[in-house]
Design a protein around this ligand. Structure first.
Ligand code: PLP
Length: 475
């Protein structure tokens, strides 16, 4: 609906105006949006985007870390068209099913079994977003506790800097303060332990091993303090994405899993970003030898050609659910679009492209090229502290004083300023909300030449901002 003021000026009513007056944007400052308006995208091809004014960008954000096979694949459009013509929708409640969804569940399990050595994963529950999949997992922790007769064992430990989505339960799990402000979060049933990011949070004199020891000791202390009988699960992104592309310290997950096993605590691996090839491995579960009880998937499962997510359930949980079924009746959880036949057909076609074009292997190789190129280009920059990553998940962390590892004041927003300047240089990267990090997560099909272009544009954008960063470093 247009308000009177807008209607009066209808002749000049642009798409930008229409956006300002009709669209409620997620993760957006209303004040800034009303002032500056939208940046409208029109087309995507491979790793490139074109906006409404005709400018072209290299998209090193991959949308939101999700367009794994790249933009504009005609094969997916064909599959979607045929799937819609065949069966645009039917639900999978109460044992209804459809071929594409059956095949996608089977495919996801075989990928975990064959490419991640995770043969204990046994069933796939579908949803529509990473957040709803984490809400499903949050509920399953409770359901499992109730069904197996340990109804007190429901608290979940998450990590500061962890990002698990923004629906009601997922937002509790998320450990980034800006997502909690004014939403009455966090809540007492989720405990956030320290962020295991060695580069930034190590104390004076700590090496990686002693830092890791401290992280694990803190988790053990939380379990003891809360009581092992009250802690049901631990949730972790194998590589933390939104928190700042934070790689685990060496040995972290082996040690963590031993602690969780000792206390009969489930591990939820949130692979929403790391799944489907982004790290140069099919799943980070395989990369780190994890044995998760639940895995969260979304994004790369369809490369964002359709909203699909999944909770992958281990044998341990499945056996409890199956055994209790006669007594408890149907599992009263699910969504209208769980197992959507069009989404599943797209998921299968997307995985076929990842496999047939060896995009996962390519992500490993081209990711190493991008990481090395960024490291070389930024090596002498006075305000770049660390450049790190795995595959096509790369982070650049800024420091006000890199010798002393003194961070910029959070209010300086340096990384947001740099990401904004990169847009002016026709490059999309993301400024992340936890610490001063910019992420690179392009489509896995990005070429070496496009990576070189991205490095050059990022370097130029950053150089043009050095005087401003120098001022902010003192402030
Ligand atoms: N989990 C992780 C690790 C994510 O990175 C995200 C989104 O970025 C989510 C969950 C939430 O996914 P969605 O935005 O699809 O709800």
């Amino acid at each position: 609906m247009l308000d009177e003021e807008v209607l009066d000026g209808r002749a000049n009513y642009t798409l930008e105006d229409m956006d300002r007056h009709s669209l409620f944007h997620p993760l957006t400052s209303i004040a800034t949006h009303m002032d500056k308006g939208p940046h409208i995208m029109d087309r995507g091809q491979g790793a490139r985007l074109r906006d409404h004014s005709g400018r072209e960008f290299v998209d090193c954000s991959g949308g939101l870390w999700c367009v794994n096979i790249g933009y504009g694949r005609p094969e997916i459009a064909e599959v979607a068209k045929q799937a819609i013509l065949d069966l645009n929708y039917f639900h999978i409640f109460g044992s209804s099913s459809n071929e594409a969804t059956i095949r996608l569940a089977d495919k996801v399990l075989s990928l975990f079994h064959e490419r991640a050595n995770a043969r204990h994963l046994k069933r796939v529950f579908f949803g529509c977003s990473g957040s709803d999949a984490n809400d499903t997992n949050y509920k399953l922790v409770r359901y499992y506790a109730n069904l197996r007769g340990t109804p007190e064992k429901k608290k979940i430990i998450s990590r500061q800097g962890g990002y698990h989505g923004l629906t009601a339960a997922a937002a509790r799990l998320t450990g980034i303060p800006s997502y909690h402000k004014a939403w009455d979060l966090p809540t007492a049933d989720v405990i956030h332990t320290s962020c295991p990011h060695f580069y930034r949070f190590a104390e004076a004199g700590e090496d990686e091993e002693t830092f890791c020891n401290r992280m694990i000791a803190e988790i053990e202390a939380i379990i003891e303090r809360e009581g092992p009988d009250t802690v049901g699960a631990f949730i972790a992104e194998p590589i933390m994405g939104t928190g700042g592309v934070l790689l685990p310290p060496k040995g972290y997950f082996d040690r963590l899993q031993a602690v969780l096993d000792r206390h009969d605590i489930l591990l939820i691996a949130d692979e929403v970003i790391t799944g489907f090839g982004r790290t140069g491995h099919w799943f980070a579960t395989g990369l780190y030898g994890l044995k998760p009880d639940l895995v969260t998937l979304a994004k790369g499962i369809t490369s964002a050609y359709f909203p699909v997510s999944a909770s992958v359930v281990s044998e341990r949980i499945w056996n409890v659910l199956e055994k209790a079924s006669p007594e408890y009746g149907p599992v009263m959880h699910g969504f209208t679009y769980s197992g959507h036949p069009v989404g599943a057909a797209i998921g299968l076609a997307n995985i076929a492209i990842l496999e047939n074009e060896d995009m996962v292997g390519h992500a490993g190789k081209v990711g190493a090229h991008l990481l090395a190129g960024l490291r070389q280009r930024l090596a002498d920059h006075p305000f770049v502290g660390d450049v790190r990553g795995e595959g096509l998940m790369i982070g650049v962390e800024f420091m006000a004083d890199r010798a002393k590892r003194r961070p910029f004041a959070p209010s300086s927003n340096v990384h947001r300023l740099v990401a904004g300047r990169a847009v002016e240089h026709n490059l999309m990267v993301r400024a992340l909300p936890f610490i001063e990090v910019i992420s690179f997560s392009p489509p896995l099909c990005i070429t070496e030449a496009e990576c070189d272009q991205a490095i050059e544009r990022f370097g130029a954008a950053l150089d043009s901002m050095t005087p401003e960063l120098a001022r902010l470093a003192i402030a």
